[in-house]
Design a protein around this ligand. Structure first.
Ligand SMILES: C[S@@+](CC[C@H](N)C(=O)[O-])C[C@H]1O[C@@H](n2cnc3c(N)ncnc32)[C@H](O)[C@@H]1O
Length: 390
């Protein structure tokens, strides 16, 4: 267990093998072996271990869940669903499996069973508002507001009153759309997830770094190393190494102290500052390049942030932003069930003009990452000061 916690997968597997040599039916060692084999990507090895244990009459959440994961990876949906149902019966409090099963049911257009599956989980952890919120979010994401309604109601009942609850309810269609995610909410959410942030994004096949590389090459070519560059909403600094070759000075700004600590550990920024991109903590007119990716989705009204960027820019300065396109038929600014905002191209054009910035679409609808099995898309836009006409 200690070896597994320390990330020594091979050592932990050997230790489990030693235990199982003495007692082949010691279920905790079998379960840990399965988790480690799945972690190592050895589905075939996990399959053999799990099937052998089941044939011996053993039963556990991990045994069924492992067989479900292997079946899912092989495209055997029926077997995977059956196994996840058995795993859920063993441990209804296990949220990941409930969610995985619910998404598979929603993908085959069975919202009623998906709702039942999520209810089993939520009732196993009845006082956890996060479980009800996640169930409501996934059901709304798949466009089943009626099935989502009781989950939304339970989330509203269990969660603390305040800006985050108001925002979540609005995102689920149960309240008026706020102008932005409050700074406090952004800070809380990202502080909580800072440690596992990079691994989570990698698991979602996030393509933000590749997109940054492509956008910068399209706008600036190779890095000249002579620009003052701001990574606005820098997060853990994933894009920092891509920006570095362009920068004489590389500044990262973010609202979340825990996220900034992760960026600091990367050792690529000259300066990291806690601050809000809508009021950049920088002197005016000094910045040559602002890169702001995957951040404006936390703001509905983009007027304050574009004004703040325009103030910070040097006369020949440029801004590269990414935004999410709204779903077909939605308005100019759309708040989705995830709690993130999407902005139309027309809206961006209008707001850029008001901030005195010229607007050029670099990429539209690029694949960014996965969310509940669907691709999140990104529009990438270049903003710059228009040259005065003479
Ligand atoms: C999804 S992450 C993206 C991080 C980074 N730009 C990247 O592409 O990897 C969003 C980041 O924006 C930050 N953020 C959100 N709203 C912000 C705001 N108004 N001002 C500053 N940072 C903000 C969050 O704290 C978080 O670190």
């Amino acid at each position: 267990m200690a070896l597994a916690a320390a990330g020594d997968v091979e050592g932990a597997l050997q230790a489990c093998a030693g235990v199982l040599e003495r007692d082949p039916f010691y279920l905790p060692a079998i379960d840990l072996t399965l988790d480690l084999l799945i972690h190592r990507g050895d589905g075939q090895g996990a399959l053999v271990v799990a099937q052998t244990a089941l044939a011996e009459g053993m039963e556990s959440f991990t045994l069924h869940n492992t067989l479900g994961l292997v079946a899912k990876a092989r495209g055997e949906a029926e077997e995977a669903l059956a196994r996840f149902a058995l795993a859920q019966a063993q441990d209804p409090a296990e949220g990941d499996t409930a969610l995985r099963r619910a998404i598979m049911l929603l993908e085959r257009d069975d919202p009623a069973q998906a709702g039942e599956c999520l209810l089993i989980h939520c009732e196993a952890v009845p006082d956890d508002p996060g479980a009800w919120l996640q169930a409501a979010t996934v059901l709304t994401h798949f466009n089943h507001p009626q099935v989502a309604a009781p989950f939304v109601h339970s989330y509203a009942r269990l969660s603390e009153p305040g800006a985050e609850r108001d925002h979540r309810l609005a995102a689920l269609g149960a309240g008026p759309m706020p102008a932005r995610q409050s700074a406090q909410m952004v800070r809380q959410v990202f502080d909580k997830n800072a440690a596992g942030y990079d691994a989570n994004l990698a698991a979602l096949d996030n393509r933000g770094v590749e997109l940054a590389r492509e956008a910068l090459a399209a706008v600036l070519g190779a890095g000249s190393g002579d620009l003052v560059v701001v990574d606005a909403g820098c997060g853990t600094g994933l894009v920092g190494p891509v920006l570095r070759p362009y920068a004489r000075q590389l500044i990262g700004i973010d609202l979340s102290p825990a996220i900034l600590a992760e960026a600091e550990a990367r050792g690529v920024y000259d300066t990291l500052a806690e601050g809000d991109v809508t009021a950049m903590p920088l002197p005016e007119g000094q910045v040559d390049l602002i890169y702001c990716a995957d951040v404006l989705t936390y703001l509905g009204d983009l007027a304050p942030v574009l004004d703040s960027f325009a103030r910070a820019l040097s006369p020949a300065g440029r801004v590269i932003i990414s935004t999410e396109p709204p779903p077909a038929g939605a308005g100019e600014v759309h708040l989705g069930p995830s709690g993130r905002y999407a902005h139309s191209g027309d809206y961006l054009r209008k707001l850029s003009e008001s901030a005195g910035l010229a607007h050029e679409t670099l990429f539209a609808g690029r694949a960014l990452r996965l969310e509940y099995g669907h691709r999140v898309r990104a529009d990438v836009t270049l903003l710059s000061r228009p040259f005065p006409l003479d």
